[in-house]
Design a protein around this ligand. Structure first.
Ligand SMILES: [Zn+2]
Length: 315
């Protein structure tokens, strides 16, 4: 009888697993901008949905951060780039090589705006002396793992769809010099996440983010004193979002949870730097809801009936 109960249990287990609540898990691998700072990590975001791992941007230390999450590294084989600024791609060569060293045997899939093929070619050129050694030497790495399958996105729309997980690219406004820059929306099981990429206030982002479960927006904090001193005549604030602009986006879209990433707190000699509390205060002048100010490795778990933020810095 006991054996029979055990059998039933084993049979029922997979069914129970299938019937478990769907969820989207978002891990902020890093939330800093391009300038390295003690204790902070450049921007990358890992999204897990339907058993699939999708990586958005590849900041400098992305591989180490993935290892810190405990993820099986070779499973991270699909990367979506928002644009080609160095702080979004600098970690890519290391990710490609180490996932292969951990015996990824299939291509790394690389999504991004037109021109992303140059990055794939660059990685192969960078490692040209290493690749044959890894294949023909004692490691005998699977040759298929060195390949990069480029998926160029020429215009906004659905860029990935597999087993209920849908990724949609939409254009944002990161300035004319950069050209095409995308934000991404991930839909799964009736839930949705939007990652802004780098952008100033974007009407198109608002249109793609109405009522999403989690809206992750970039932000740049520049103090009034810095602006009055004319330190930003280059127009950097025309390609990034002020806390007030981000607050406006949150207010217009009303996400279940709002969060920041790519958080730049501008530093200039002789000027005080905006604090996280001041940045959130400025955001709050335009948006009454809660705004998450994540540290590296903080997570958000989205389920149909709840959003969980284990151990994060909710201010
Ligand atoms: Zn950028």
């Amino acid at each position: 009888m006991k054996a029979r109960s055990l059998l039933y249990f084993l049979l029922l287990l997979p069914v129970a697993a299938v019937q478990a609540q769907p969820e989207i898990r978002v891990t902020f691998l890093g939330t800093n901008g391009p300038m390295p700072e003690p204790g902070r990590v450049g921007t990358s975001t890992l999204v897990e949905a339907g058993g699939q791992l999708l990586l958005f941007d590849a900041g400098l230390n992305v591989t180490q951060q993935l290892v810190e999450t405990g993820v099986n590294l070779p499973r991270v084989d699909r990367v979506f780039l928002t644009h080609f600024h160095s702080d979004h791609v600098a970690g890519l060569p290391g990710l490609w090589s180490t996932t292969w060293l951990r015996r990824r045997s299939t291509p790394l899939y690389l999504h991004g705006p037109v021109g992303v093929d140059a990055i794939a070619r660059g990685i192969h050129a960078f490692f040209a002396k290493d690749i044959p050694v890894r294949i023909n030497g004692p490691e005998a790495l699977p040759p298929g793992g060195q390949e990069i399958e480029v998926v160029e996105t020429a215009q906004q729309g659905v860029v990935y769809q597999q087993e209920g997980v849908v990724v949609t690219a939409f254009e944002v406004d990161h300035g004319a010099d950069v050209g095409t820059a995308y934000g991404y929306r991930i839909d799964y099981g009736g839930m949705s996440v939007v990652l802004s990429g780098d952008t100033t206030y974007s009407e198109n982002l608002v249109a793609h983010s109405m009522g999403v479960d989690l809206l992750v927006h970039e932000v740049m904090g520049v103090t009034d004193a810095m602006l009055e001193a004319g330190l930003y005549r280059s127009g950097v604030l025309e390609v990034h979002a002020t806390p007030e602009q981000a607050g406006q986006v949150f207010a217009e879209t009303q996400p279940r949870l709002a969060a920041f990433t790519h958080i730049i707190l501008a530093r200039r000699p002789g000027f005080e730097t905006m604090t996280p509390a001041q940045l959130l205060q400025r955001t709050a002048s335009h948006y009454e809801g809660e705004v998450l100010y994540p540290q590296a490795l903080d997570e958000v778990i989205i389920r149909p009936d709840a959003i969980m933020v284990p151990g994060a810095n909710l201010q």
